[in-house]
Design a protein around this ligand. Structure first.
Ligand SMILES: Cc1cc2nc3c(=O)[nH]c(=O)nc-3n(C[C@H](O)[C@H](O)[C@H](O)COP(=O)(O)OP(=O)(O)OC[C@H]3O[C@@H](n4cnc5c(N)ncnc54)[C@H](O)[C@@H]3O)c2cc1C
Length: 406
C-alpha cells in the first residue's frame, strides 16, 4: 500500500480529512489536478465561509483555528427579511441573536484563501500525509483487498480506501458509476466584497428577493461578503456591466443602513445547482464534501456539511482500525453513509424548498412568507432551534465537532 487512504481532491475537505485521519495515526496520499502554488495563491476568489461553531471546534482540534482565528469575523446575529430591490436589507426581518444560546457566536466568517492556505500548510507539515500535484486521476479499480488509482503521469497508487473529495463533478463517483440526483436552479451567484462606512457589528443579513436571496455577510475591517443570487439570464447581463454599473444595481438592494458602500477587489460568479450522489459509500470507496452533495448556497452550509462528513468518516475509520476491522469493508463504510445520509438530505430538501418558496413575487406567497417570518420572530423556541441549526449543534455529532480529539 502507498497509504491507508487515497484521497482524490486537495480543495478544502480533502486536506481536512487527511489531517483528521493523521491525528489518529492513519496515513493518506492527496492527489489534486491543480499545482499546490495555485491552490495556495493569496488572491481572493470571492468566497468567504460562514463556518458553524462546530466546524470551528473541529478546526481547533486539528490545529488550524489558532492559525486563522485573527482573520475570522465572529457572526453574532442573523437578520432575515423578505424584500424587493429598493427596500434595502434592513427592512422587516426575523432576528436571530446569539445571546439566545449559551455557546457564544453561531459561527465565524472566514475567507477561502485564509482557510485553504492554513490547511495546505498543516498537510505539508504532517509526516503521515503525502501530496501529489499536479496530477489527474485517469482510472480507478476496486479490488477485494485494496483500491487502486492510475495517474496521468503513469503512476499507480494503492490504498485500503479510496475517498473522492473531488468536488461537484466528482470523477471518483463517475468512474464508480454512482449516479446523482438533482437539477439546475437557473440561478447564478454573483459574488464580491464591499467596504462600508459603518460597522456591521457582526450581523449577517439574508434578504430574499424575487430572483433569489441576497446575503450580506460580515468580514473583518468594515467589509462584507456579498452573495447575490439572480436568474442566470439576468446574472449574465449584470456580469457584463462595468464595476460602476454593477454597484448601481447592487446599492438599492443593499440599502444605506451601513452608509456608503464601495466594491473591494474583483467580482466572481458561480452557477447554482443541486447534485446529490445516490450512494455516499460502498466497499473501499467513500465520497466526501461537494463530491457527495452540492447544495444551494442560500444556507451557507456547503462546507459545513463537508466538514461534518470529514468528522464522521474519520471517526468511523479510526474506530474500525482500533478494533482491528478492515477499514475498507462495506459494513464499516456503511456506518459512514448511514450517519451522514439523513443530515444531508434534510438540508438539501429544506434549502431547495426555501429557494422555491421565496424566489418569486407571487403576492399570495409573499403574504404567507411575511406572516411565517413574523411567527418565527415571535416564538423564542423556533428562533433558538434555528440558531442551534446554524451553529451546527443539532443531531448526533462526531467527536471532532464536539471539540474532542479522535
Ligand atoms: C460563492 C460561494 C459561497 C459559499 N459560501 C459558503 C458558506 O458560507 N458556508 C459553507 O459552508 N459553504 C459555502 N460554500 C460551499 C463551499 O465552497 C464548498 O462546499 C466547498 O468549497 C467544497 O469543498 P470540497 O473540498 O468538497 O470541493 P472543492 O473545493 O471543489 O475541491 C475539489 C478539488 O478536487 C480537485 N479535482 C477534481 N477532479 C480531479 C481529478 N480528476 N484529479 C485530481 N484532482 C481533482 C480540484 O482541483 C479541487 O481542488 C460556498 C460556495 C460558493 C461558490
Amino acid at each position: 500500500m502507498d497509504a491507508d487512504i487515497i484521497i482524490v481532491g486537495g480543495g478544502l475537505n480533502g486536506p481536512a480529512l487527511a489531517l483528521a485521519l493523521a491525528s489518529g495515526g492513519l496515513s493518506s496520499v492527496i492527489i489534486d489536478a491543480l499545482p499546490l502554488a495555485t491552490r495556495r495563491k493569496p488572491a481572493f476568489d470571492g468566497r468567504a465561509y460562514a463556518l458553524a461553531l462546530t466546524s470551528v471546534r473541529m478546526l481547533d482540534v486539528l490545529g488550524i483555528w489558532p492559525v486563522v482565528a485573527t482573520n475570522a469575523q465572529p457572526m453574532l446575529d442573523i437578520k432575515v427579511s423578505d424584500g424587493k430591490p429598493g427596500e434595502g436589507a434592513a427592512s422587516l426581518f426575523v432576528h436571530f441573536d446569539h445571546n439566545e444560546i449559551s455557546e457564544g457566536p453561531m459561527g465565524y466568517m472566514l475567507e477561502d484563501r485564509t482557510l485553504r492556505r492554513a490547511l495546505l500548510d498543516a498537510v505539508k507539515a504532517s509526516n503521515l500525509i503525502t501530496q501529489i500535484a499536479p496530477a489527474r486521476v485517469l482510472a480507478q479499480e476496486i479490488h477485494s483487498s485494496h483500491a487502486e488509482v492510475v495517474l496521468d503521469d503513469g503512476r499507480t497508487l494503492r490504498g485500503r480506501v479510496l475517498v473522492g473529495c473531488d468536488g461537484r463533478r466528482s470523477g471518483v463517483a463517475l468512474r464508480a458509476s454512482i449516479s446523482r440526483t438533482g437539477h439546475g436552479y437557473h440561478q447564478t451567484g454573483l459574488v464580491c466584497a464591499v467596504s462600508h462606512e459603518q460597522s456591521h457589528n457582526g450581523v449577517a443579513y439574508q434578504q430574499f428577493m424575487p430572483s433569489g436571496p441576497l446575503a450580506i455577510l460580515p468580514l473583518p475591517d468594515n467589509r462584507s461578503a456579498i452573495v447575490w443570487t439572480e436568474t442566470s439570464t439576468r446574472a449574465a447581463e449584470i456580469n457584463a456591466m462595468s464595476d460602476k454599473d454593477f454597484m448601481a444595481e447592487l446599492r438599492p438592494r443593499f440599502g444605506d443602513f451601513l452608509g456608503k458602500i464601495k466594491l473591494v477587489g474583483k467580482r466572481f460568479s458561480y452557477p447554482l445547482d443541486l447534485t446529490i450522489a445516490n450512494e455516499f459509500a460502498r466497499a473501499r470507496l467513500a465520497l466526501v464534501g461537494d463530491a457527495a452533495h452540492g447544495i444551494h448556497y442560500l444556507a451557507g452550509q456547503g462546507l459545513n456539511l463537508g466538514l461534518r462528513d470529514v468528522a464522521a468518516l474519520a471517526e468511523v475509520l479510526l474506530d474500525a482500525a482500533r478494533r482491528g476491522e478492515d477499514i475498507g469493508d462495506a459494513l464499516v463504510l456503511a456506518r459512514y453513509s448511514q450517519w451522514r445520509g439523513a443530515d444531508v438530505m434534510a438540508l438539501a430538501v429544506s434549502t431547495d424548498a426555501i429557494n422555491k418558496l421565496f424566489s418569486n413575487d407571487n403576492p399570495v406567497l409573499r403574504a404567507m412568507r411575511v406572516a411565517g417570518l413574523g411567527m418565527v420572530n415571535a416564538l423564542p423556541s423556533a428562533r433558538r432551534g434555528f440558531i442551534r441549526e446554524a451553529a451546527g449543534l443539532s443531531g448526533d455529532l462526531p467527536r471532532l465537532l464536539k471539540g474532542q480529539a479522535i
